[in-house]
Design a protein around this ligand. Structure first.
Ligand SMILES: Nc1ncnc2c1ncn2[C@@H]1O[C@H](COP(=O)(O)OP(=O)(O)OP(=O)(O)O)[C@@H](O)[C@H]1O
Length: 379
């Protein structure tokens, strides 16, 4: 398996067993002022030739759009307007039941927020994202606006009349590929997906989201690892988002604040949790000077995997065990950071409870714990 999603599909609209297909550079989604890019696979067949898809919303898309809404009920991006229903509430004497109170027509704070950015984008005629009925996002340029109706030009010269509230503002080109999603002016679903894809196309598989590191599985070798990179992150001569940087921060904060640290690696099966844990351990092992028990533990991985892994429909090398890896550091490490001969790794395996016990634990199947211990407590 390799490659990127064929288009900027909505997270909520991804089928359960969505697979990556195609090559890493195929189907790349360009963003330009002319909006002449995008995925030709997107659902153009449902768009009438005159491009006029109705005024309130996109006509001719009702069926598929309502399907889309069903899949996106929780999304703040589904462009739904707030239904203001009128009618009595209280006891209905004819029917003899207590009518439920009607939803408040007052938008929530979140709705105000999204509404504000959308109207700002429309007013300024910024590039905006429009969600097609198949869930893909397409970039459009706002041509004109009157009332709630907006005319946008999409890829391949398609011109649509849409409800302004169904649009989400896109970020200016200067923010393309920022290494922290927090830097985006507009933090909405298509902007996040676009930014991740933009970086992924250049083999930048790591992106920060504040203190969280987002990693995209490249399904190929990427030139981001090895001694040169480890040295660079140790010296802090590079600052790009990386597992090495997260691991470095964890260890430094453990030593500085004398507080144990945990690195929680979560993601669906095949996302790359096990590989990511190994990359973090490589960094710790290198801090230990490149010899000692830490390397021995790393070398046991293939043996553990031989017994504890299996081929599944999602991953040729799927871990059948959850992993908790505790790494104990001596207090003296505080002063002699390089002397990690004092630490040892203890790798605990427990049967794969996360696969049977459900959702939440399922996503937390690899935890690295860094413990600062007094040497006299060592076993
Ligand atoms: N950083 C990476 N660089 C290159 N390939 C990777 C990387 N991360 C993951 N992969 C590829 O993806 C495959 C699946 O990754 P991995 O086994 O770590 O997934 P997982 O999240 O642990 O899955 P599961 O929950 O099923 O055990 C790996 O065998 C490897 O081929």
């Amino acid at each position: 398996m390799s490659g990127v999603p064929p288009s900027l599909q909505s997270i909520n609209s991804l089928p359960v067993d969505f697979r990556f297909t195609g090559s890493p550079t195929s189907h790349s989604f360009e963003k330009s002022g002319d909006v002449n890019a995008g995925n030709s696979d997107t659902n153009s067949s449902c768009i009438p030739e005159n491009g006029d898809l109705g005024s309130d919303d996109v006509e001719g898309m009702e069926d598929s759009e309502s399907n889309m809404d069903q899949g996106n009920d929780e999304s703040p991006y589904n462009g739904k307007t707030i239904a203001v229903e009128e009618g009595p509430s209280g006891v209905d004497e004819d029917l003899g039941f207590v009518a439920r109170p009607l939803p408040s027509p007052v938008p929530s704070r979140a709705e105000y927020r999204w509404g504000d950015t959308t109207s700002y984008a429309v007013k300024k005629k910024l590039q905006s994202w429009f969600q097609l009925p198949n869930g893909s996002w397409e970039l459009g340029k706002i041509l004109s606006t009157s009332g709630s109706e907006t005319v946008i030009s999409l890829a391949e010269g398609k011109v649509l009349k849409v409800n302004a509230e169904s649009l989400l503002p896109a970020n200016p080109d200067i923010l393309d590929g920022v290494d922290d999603l927090m830097q985006l002016s507009y933090l909405n679903e298509p902007s996040v997906l676009y930014n991740l894809q933009y970086r992924y196309n250049q083999d930048m598989i790591y992106t920060k989201a504040g203190p969280v590191l987002v990693a995209i599985n490249p399904f190929k070798e990427v030139p981001l690892y090895g001694n040169d990179y480890i040295e660079a992150y140790k010296r802090k001569s590079v600052e790009g988002p990386h597992v090495y940087a997260i691991t470095d921060t964890a260890i430094r904060e453990m030593i500085r604040d004398e507080v144990n640290q945990s690195i929680i690696i979560s993601g669906e099966s095949g996302a790359g949790k096990t590989e990511t844990a190994k990359i973090a351990m490589q960094y710790l092992a290198a801090l230990g000077g490149g010899s000692g028990i830490e390397y021995e533990i790393l070398k046991t991985n293939p043996i553990l995997e031989a017994f504890g892994n299996a081929k599944t429909s999602r991953n040729d090398n799927s871990s059948r065990f959850g992993k908790l890896i505790e790494i104990h550091f001596s207090e003296t490490g505080k002063y002699r950071v390089r002397r990690f001969k004092h630490f040892y790794l203890k790798s605990l395996e427990w049967s794969n409870v996360q696969k049977v016990k459900g959702h939440i634990i399922y996503f937390i199947s690899c935890v690295l714990e860094l413990h600062l211990l007094s040497e006299r407590n060592w076993i």
